[in-house]
Design a protein around this ligand. Structure first.
Ligand code: GTP
Ligand code: MG
Length: 392
């Protein structure tokens, strides 16, 4: 006889928290720790809910509502104070219940209760974590349509479809998946550029609040500052970095500046997108040549800031990688609509079809990559079956 429990609600204080208890011993254990209000015996059959208290011997821990969702599956809805939740979890553990994370518990319960395949299970687990509504839709669409539909199509035509056709289909899925990933899990945008060009002003403008310090002194931002904003279907983590000026940071006494600039480069490397901010009201070389190497494989948008002042920057002299430009004034909030449109174009989300077949877990991605290189139909069929029903 076994039982498992997990806190299903998010971390932190909420009005109500839900603990799910599952397993053939769950009912017996609930009876030991639950005292129904006003009744001698709790009726905990599937579909029933019951008000009462969770007790540890003679001590009352919390007033709760218990629902029996399925045979051997109970939901304890208790008060949301994390200390109360912790006490109930400890009490369950004392009753030999194995404590799990919400994902681990769902992985055990969903296939048994709903008879779902691995892709649907993965979709249900991923849906909660999607950063935007569009992200949840993309994932939900993979259950009946999208990837599941494509797999059904492959299986139905396994005898006629060629290995090359699999490879072409998978190529499209993997390409769409890269865009879908930005929508589902969010996107990191580094705001980089020379000192004093208005990077922090841009972060504040996009975030809609004064998150970063702005002054007219070069080198104001030393430690990076981040803020989240929503642009179209994207939830973007903006990261304002210290201005890049290697010559300035090279002096032996500028230890902090050197460290901040190294951090800026690290952030650039991890970003999905780089907003390179230049001051449009100045002439001259604003970036050293080596900067291009650091962003060579990135999606880069050159933001020509301070466009409220007369333009002096010769954009024709910009290297090819910085050729995609947009003029804005972060201080006065002009040109921001163009900027957000460009960001969506650059990340490929502008016309993204939320019903497109995509993969959304590492497991799926790895298997699709194997399928792309499958050498025989037999091998392809076995990978497809693993994709649909394999272990998570
Ligand atoms: N005229 C004008 N001034 C701006 C604009 N954006 C920023 N500034 C000014 O430029 C100066 C520098 O702005 P910051 O946002 O601190 O620049 P930064 O790039 O973060 O600077 P560092 O952190 O030192 O690298 C401040 O005085 C801002 O008010 C703009 O669009 N127009
Ligand atoms: Mg700054």
């Amino acid at each position: 006889m076994t039982a498992f429990a997990a806190v299903m609600t998010g971390k932190g204080t909420g009005a109500i928290s839900t603990i799910q208890v599952f397993g053939d011993a769950a009912g017996t254990i609930i009876k030991k720790i639950f005292k129904p209000a006003g009744k001698k015996q709790a009726i905990l059959q599937p579909g029933a809910i019951c008000l009462g208290t969770i007790v540890d011997g003679s001590e009352t821990i919390d007033e709760v509502i218990i629902g029996c969702e399925e045979p051997n599956t109970f939901a304890i809805h208790c008060h949301g104070n994390p200390l109360i939740v912790e006490m109930i979890m400890q009490l369950l553990q004392q009753q030999s219940v194995t404590l799990l994370t919400a994902d681990q518990l769902l992985t055990k319960t969903l296939p048994v209760q709903k008879h779902i395949n691995t892709i649907e299970l993965e979709a249900r687990l991923t849906q909660d974590k999607a950063r935007t509504l569009q992200g949840t839709k993309i994932v939900a669409n993979q259950i009946d349509g999208g990837l599941s539909k494509k797999i059904a199509e492959w299986l139905n035509n396994i005898n006629t479809i060629s290995v090359g056709q699999f490879s072409a289909d998978v190529g499209r899925i993997l390409k769409n998946s890269r865009t879908a990933k930005l929508i589902i899990t969010g996107c990191k945008a580094a705001i980089a550029g020379p000192p004093n060009t208005g990077k922090s002003t841009l972060l504040n403008c996009l975030a809609g609040r004064q998150k970063a310090i702005v002054t007219d002194i070069k080198g104001t931002t030393r430690d990076w500052v981040s803020a989240r904003c929503k642009i179209g279907p994207l939830s973007i983590e903006l990261i304002d970095t210290a201005g890049l000026d290697e010559e300035f940071a090279a002096a032996p006494e500028r230890v902090v500046e050197k460290a901040s600039q190294q951090k800026s480069v690290e952030i650039l490397e991890q970003a999905d997108l780089v907003l390179l901010v230049l001051d449009n009201s100045t002439t001259g070389d604003q970036l050293d040549d080596r900067f291009g190497e650091k962003i060579a494989d990135k999606k880069v948008l050159t933001v020509l800031n301070k466009s409220d002042l007369s333009a002096k920057l010769d954009t024709h002299k910009l290297p090819q990688i910085l050729a995609d430009t947009v003029q804005i004034s972060a201080k006065f909030g002009t040109g921001i609509e163009n900027l957000t449109e460009k960001i969506q174009q650059l990340t490929g989300v502008t016309d993204f079809d939320l019903h497109a077949a995509v993969c959304f877990t590492h497991r799926q991605e790895n298997l699709l990559k194997q399928l792309k290189n499958a050498e025989s139909k037999q091998q392809a069929a076995s990978i497809i079956s693993e994709l649909l029903n394999g272990q998570m």
